[in-house]
Every structure is written in C-alpha cells, then in structure tokens.
Ligand binder design. Sequence first.
Ligand code: SAM
Length: 243
Amino acid sequence: MSKTHFGFTQVEESEKARKVAGVFGSVAAKYDVMNDLMSAGLHRVWKAFTIARANVCPGHRLLDVAGGTGDLARAFAKQAGKDSEVWLTDINPAMLAVGRDRLLDAGLMIPTAQCDAEHLPFPNNHFDLVTVAFGLRNMTHKDAALAEMHRVLKPGGKLMALEFSKVWEPLQKAYDVYSFKVLPWLGEKVAGDAESYRYLAESIRMHPDQATLAAMMEQAGFDKVEVHNLSAGVVALHTGYKY
Ligand code: SAM
C-alpha cells in the first residue's frame, strides 16, 4: 500500500483521512476562536480578499469545498441572493454541524453536504465558482480533488484555492518559531489539544509551494492560473479557470 504524509509522519494512504478527521473532530468546537487567536484576526482579511475577488453575482451557483464552519459560504450566500445556489460541504460532520448552526444563526438556509472533495456528489459543468479555503492541504490526493473541482465547474467557471503557502525567506525563522512553539502551546491552552496544532504547523510545511500548486492546477486542466501572495506568502490565493 502507498504511503503519504500526515504532517511530518509517513502513514498509509488509507490512514491519512482518518487522522485528519481526528484533528478536525477534536478542534471543531474551538475552531473559530482558535483561528482568530492564531492569526490575530488575519484569516478574516485573507477570506475578505478572496470574497472580494470572487465577484459573486445574483443567480450564481457556488460550491465551498472543505468549507468547515462556513465563513466563505456565509458571505457568498449573503451576496448571491435568493435565485442562487450556494453549497457548504465538508468531509467532517463536526465541522459541518458548527458551520450549519452558524448559517442558521445568521438566518441563512443553504444546502450542506458531507462529502469528500475527492468524490464530489455534483454533476459535471454545474458551478460558476468553486472555493476551497485551508482545506486542500489536508487532502490525501490533491490531484484527484482538483480534478473533481474542475469537473463540477461550468466552462468559464473559476476555482479559488486559499491556502497556507511558502513564506518569504527572511521571515522563515520567526515563522518557524511561531508555528512550532506558539501554535501548539496556544492549542493546548485554548482547545486542550497541542497535537492538532502541531499537525497544522507540519502540514503547512508539507504543502506544495506557490509554483508547485499552480502547476498542479494546470495539470488538473485549469487555465489562466494566477497566484496572489498574502502576508508575505504565509497564505496564497490561487485562481484558475475552466475553459
Ligand atoms: N474552509 C474553512 C475555513 O477556511 O475556515 C475550514 C478550513 S479547515 C482548516 C479544513 C477543513 O477541510 C476541515 O473542515 C476538514 O474537515 C476539511 N477536509 C479535510 N479533508 C477533506 C476532504 N478530503 N474533503 C472535504 N473536506 C476535507
């Protein structure tokens, strides 16, 4: 059986999804507060940039893959209005439950689906926009997930992938100290779970850098792939079109 990485550890491919499920099952209840603390609120700015560039129009069909607690789906549902179709999806029932509750609290009734990004339960050529924020990194077969996102997009549709990426070299040392010392400490104090936040830091280091992910998107069939570095490359927004 083939091996893959789970953070810095090599695991059987079949084991990775279970381990990732363990992480998000454990952090779901504290996920939003930890996001604010860990990024000092910056994740809101990264997501606002993505939402602004999404150019959502009334009537659009939108799919948020690995949408977790629903930040993007919530914003899109507000913008797109009644005649649109906005889906919140995630593989993890605990994350999805928090997301669905937050949508309901905001007065938004949109469809949600528990599904694996590598096998999306949607027809070909259906969506105007597919987004995946901080999810790709956790997927076992990123190429399969990208191919699925390409398949469900309409011709002319757009994929936006927001993800941690390769930070600007001069900041690397400070970023390492923050990631490997501060994050697990914060995880322990706030969520009672240092291990999941150690995985977060490791999974970021194992994720393809900006150029590699852009090449993977092209390989999956996307055209006009563009990369925007945010916060000195801590995060990058990759955009690509299906033609
Ligand atoms: N998109 C949300 C955000 O930006 O706040 C949540 C991101 S959270 C870091 C990563 C999410 O990816 C988790 O909710 C996890 O369950 C989901 N995920 C991991 N592997 C997945 C897969 N193969 N298919 C769908 N979702 C997946």
